[in-house]
Design a protein around this ligand. Sequence first.
Ligand code: NAP
Length: 243
Amino acid sequence: MSEQTIALVTGANKGIGYEIAAGLGALGWGVGVGARDPERRETAVAKLRAAGVDAFGVPLDVTDDASVTAAAALIEERAGRLDVLVNNAGVTGGRPQEPSRVDLATVRTVVETNVLGVIRVTNAMLPLLRRSASPRIVNMSSSVGSLTRQSGPADDLTTGPVAVAYSPSKTFLNGVTVQYARELRDTGILINAACPGFVATDLNGFRGVRTPGQGAAIVIRLATLPDGGTSGGFFEDAGVVPW
Ligand code: NAP
């Protein structure tokens, strides 16, 4: 089995996911670039490799059982285990998302990717993670999934637009993260949720104020927690995010 630390980042072909892959690769790790589109995946892998990262492509659509099963088989064949899983892939679902006007198909699509996709990928990878000496899982959440912040003062800039699909999908994901932490308490697998801040990416039409590299930093911190570190928490650069 490989001595090198092996990570998989979902949705790693662009945005924050790409920078997470670059950051973990800079540690000398082997990084699986999980991406659903072959061209975007191979372009990202080539760019990472040119930057010195030991990157490899992992065809992966988080909404598709067969794709996720094949991704686990690819990693098993390549490395025999997985040390770090970053569930980064996510969608907003577009607009409108005011509760009174939303199309239920929008809610379904967003939950399918942002929540069920994370459970699907995590469960497929768990057998490989259990073979690692220091397994870590990081779920990419958002502070818009914080009920405390969403129900705060109307002028609170962290609340952003009303979004009945996207924001609750991250609240749901936070709950899922806590339940995994409870089940995995005695296994050495640490699992946490991260908020990258408001980052300029395709997701928000590049309106964010942080760079993808800045957004990746909290994920890299949680991916490299020491043994015995925290699990079942929700963190941003400044510390704990309230539920
Ligand atoms: P992005 O640039 O749009 O990247 C999203 C990534 O997810 C893309 O690689 C996309 O692949 C992938 N993806 C979407 N659906 C997928 C699926 N079914 N299977 C596999 N991959 C899929 O957006 P980003 O801002 O970097 O977002 C990354 C994560 O950060 C998301 O979970 C998002 O909710 C979270 N986040 C972002 C912000 C922000 O301000 N940007 C704030 C808080 C949280 P394609 O290229 O194929 O579409």
